[in-house]
Design a protein around this ligand. Structure first.
Ligand code: IPM
Ligand code: MN
Length: 353
């Protein structure tokens, strides 16, 4: 029997509710497929910070580093100034565990509404590979003469050859593995960002020599936002930097049906990985049993794929599809026709078959 140690970080707001449903689904599929999942919960988040001033202690970080995977609910608390929890927990985990890939599939499942007119599941099925540790997120910069009329604010975008290359290589591999249209599109801004996008573009073409079976394409980030809406069917895999990846994956989330379903993985292919729903902590829905757990269950499904539990991952995928096609009225909180726990129960029922 294969065994995996899973860290569970429910986090803030509705995080614990959605994570509970994902754990329920994981427990059901592990029983079915004979996989041993050992869960360990970590109480990090806004409440712990407000009570004890603790964000992400070094010993927790080291313990997380040794886990096979991490399942995260949501980070963000209404009583904590925006930026503290995000930077000190979420971003710190991404940096310290060197989770350099942010993998965000954009898939429209049958039965899910998209705001795109005349587009269906056959048109919306691609993956965004977002660099997850560099760019403006690296935190370089500073103020000069802060608070005076002569103030200067500098925000550096850090792009290393190593960081760019490992991300691009992962994207080529991902495109080969998907084995669909075999088109990898680079999203950058070579017409303005003449240093960073130039590095991305040069590296992209150099790495392409190792992947002659993959066709390459390029879009500026502004045009990318337009094409994702106008002709999403042209995309197979998209690779991009941290900031542009953040932006275009919100476009991706909405065309696949919104935050109720969008999930992603923060991955270090040589280390551990952390899976999360793309939506936030949704404080106003907390404790009401109305939030949609499917994005988190989808994140858990991606986690099983990452752990190479192929059968379990495919059973979870099928269960998700069935709930979306047969049972769910809408994906928004309070609009599902079922409560959070009941949606989790439905997924479990399909997993158990
Ligand atoms: C995301 C989020 C984060 C990001 C925030 C919460 C720091 O928007 O995961 O896309 O910008 O990466
Ligand atoms: Mn974002």
């Amino acid at each position: 029997m294969s065994k995996h140690n899973i860290a569970v970080l429910p986090g803030d707001g509705t995080g614990p509710e959605v994570v509970a449903e994902a754990v329920k689904a994981l427990e059901a599929v592990s029983r079915k497929c004979n996989v041993d999942l050992q869960f360990k919960e970590f109480g990090l988040g806004g409440d712990l910070y407000l009570k004890e001033g603790i964000l992400l202690p070094d010993d927790a970080l080291e313990e997380l580093r040794g886990m096979d995977a991490i399942l995260l609910g949501a980070i963000g608390h209404p009583d904590v100034k925006p930026g503290i929890l995000e930077t000190e927990i979420l971003l710190r985990l991404r940096f310290q565990l060197d989770l350099y890939i942010n993998l965000r599939p954009v898939v429209l499942f049958p039965g899910v509404d998209t705001p795109l007119k005349d587009k269906g599941p056959e048109d919306i099925d691609f993956v965004v590979v977002r660099e997850n540790t560099e760019g403006v997120y690296a935190g370089g910069g500073g103020f000069l003469k802060k608070g005076t009329p002569d103030e200067v604010a500098i925000q550096d975008s850090i792009n290393t050859r190593k960081g760019v290359e490992r991300c691009i290589r992962y994207a080529f591999e991902c495109c080969r593995k998907r084995n669909r249209e075999k088109i990898l599109t680079l999203c950058a801004k070579t017409n303005v960002l003449v240093y960073e996008s130039d590095l991305w573009d040069r590296t992209f073409h150099e790495v392409h020599k190792d992947y002659p079976d993959i066709n390459i394409n390029y879009q500026h980030v502004d045009a990318m936002c337009m094409w994702m809406i106008k002709n999403p069917e042209q995309f197979d895999v998209i690779v991009t930097g941290n900031m542009f990846g953040d932006i275009i994956t919100d476009v991706g989330a909405i065309i696949q049906g919104g935050l109720g379903i969008a999930a992603g993985g923060n991955i270090n292919p040589e280390g551990t990985a952390m899976f999360e729903p793309i939506g936030g902590s949704a404080p106003k829905y907390t404790g009401k049993n109305v939030i949609n757990p499917l994005a988190t269950i989808s994140a858990a499904q991606m986690m099983m794929e990452y752990l190479e539990e192929k059968e379990a991952a495919s059973i979870m995928q099928d269960a998700l599809k069935k709930v979306l096609e047969n049972d769910i009225k809408g994906l928004e909180a309070g609009n599902m026709g079922h409560g959070t726990r009941e949606v989790g129960d439905l997924v479990v029922r399909y997993i158990e078959g």
